[in-house]
Write a protein that binds this ligand. Structure first.
Ligand code: PMP
Ligand code: GLU
Length: 387
């Protein structure tokens, strides 16, 4: 009954483990979950107020497929103010979360047999969606010795005549690594003369703890023209459930093509979310963003210190996002069983590295209160000692 296409798609492992942890909790188990890629903070009041006002004003009808003009303007202003990027409204589309942006982008650009270069470890969704759209995944493996970042030489080696796209995630999920301006410039140089599209996922842009953030599209005119910038508000202002994401591209034909797909599939995103999202983009929530960032810095520092004190485990201090990618190679070469046993024996949920394409690690989200982080790492320490 089902298509081959759907049969080859795997369920999101990050969502699967988070759901399992929630079920165990509901059964009364004392589960500590570090699997969710979701801030534990509430959405800022100024954003919620805008949504309530939208409802009371009956702003509850269909809107333009690609987003209301005021929202697209807010996106354009944000990209100019924060990233130094100039996009006109016809170069921007608003989607139901950045995951939906990626789906629309891949659907519009990837044909059967096209190769998509994905640095590993990667966010779980990329290879699955690429394969679903008929593309072939070309992985570039990285590890902690290069802070999980690809080098220009590695990129050069991965390019073939079939290369259609490179996916860059900065800051990275699951490692928190951030590409510097120099590193992005060097990668951009390798792409010169090719037709390769860069999909730059900048979802964690506001969660930078050390160094500076640079958009891939901002490093050269050549990169600006080939890059599709993808972003949203799920992580920066804790709006995961509202479903808002967007993409911006120099090539307005590409944006038009994704709009066509959206017009026949989901139509516009929720009208109330659109009004709320303007407040998430225009600076109204900046104090809330800074409060969350400071909390993440304290949690990161504490968690990194505690993990590195455990015999057999090691972790790099991430420059951004809210994940640690913990190296377990001294104690296990099977991250899936490590995570399963940890959940069964110590009631601690983490995501195995193998789900992100890198064996020998697990992902630990520190988007949780500091007491739970301390308690959880203590349990992980006991678990490792008993191995
Ligand atoms: N990109 C990255 C790197 C992510 O971690 C996520 C996780 N939610 C997304 C995109 C998608 O976010 P959303 O669909 O909630 O906007
Ligand atoms: N992106 C988040 C994560 O990596 C949310 C879950 C998902 O969308 O897969 O955990």
């Amino acid at each position: 009954m089902l298509t081959n296409r759907i049969n080859t798609l795997s369920e999101s492992i990050t969502i699967a483990i988070t759901t399992l942890a929630q079920e165990l909790k509901a059964q009364g188990k004392d589960v500590l979950s570090f699997s969710a890629g979701e801030p534990d903070f509430g959405t800022p009041q100024v954003i919620k107020d805008a949504a309530i006002q939208a409802i009371n004003n009956n702003f509850t009808k269909y809107t333009a497929v690609d987003g209301i003009p005021a929202l697209k303007e807010a996106v354009a202003h944000k990209l100019k103010r924060d990233n130094g990027l100039e996009y006109a409204p016809n170069q921007i589309i608003v989607n139901n979360g950045a995951k939906h942006s990626l789906f629309n982008l891949f659907s519009a650009t990837i044909d059967k047999g096209d190769e998509v270069i994905i640095p590993a470890p990667y966010w779980v969704t990329y290879p699955e969606l690429v394969k679903y759209c008929g593309g072939d995944v070309v992985e570039i493996q990285t590890d902690d010795t290069s802070a999980f970042k690809i080098t220009p030489q590695q990129l050069k080696n991965a390019i073939t005549p079939k290369s259609k796209m490179l996916i860059l995630t900065t800051p990275s999920n699951p490692t928190g690594s951030v590409y510097s301006k120099e590193e992005l410039t060097a990668l951009g140089k390798v792409l010169e003369g090719t037709k390769i599209i860069v999909a730059s996922d900048e979802m964690y842009e506001k969660l930078i703890y050390d160094g500076e953030f640079t958009s891939s599209a901002a490093v050269s005119q050549d990169m600006f023209e080939r890059t599709v910038t993808i972003n949203g508000l799920s992580k920066s202002v804790a709006m995961t459930g509202w479903r808002f994401g967007y993409m911006a591209a120099h090539n307005s034909e590409l944006i038009k093509a994704t709009k066509k797909l959206q017009s026949q599939s989901t139509s516009n995103i929720n009208s109330i979310t659109q009004m709320a999202a303007i407040k998430g983009l225009d600076g109204s929530a900046d104090a809330d963003i800074e409060m969350m960032r400071q909390a993440f810095i304290s949690r990161r520092d504490e968690a990194v210190k505690l993990f590195n004190a455990i015999d057999g485990l090691s972790v790099l201090k991430p420059d951004g996002a809210f994940y640690l990618f913990v190296n377990i190679k001294e104690v296990s070469n099977d991250s899936l069983n490590f995570a399963k046993d940890l959940l069964a024996q110590k009631e601690v949920a983490v995501v195995p590295g193998v789900g992100f394409g890198s064996e020998g690690y697990f992902r630990f989200s520190f988007a949780t209160d500091i007491e739970s982080i301390r308690k959880g790492i203590k349990r992980i320490e006991e678990f490792v000692k008993e191995l």
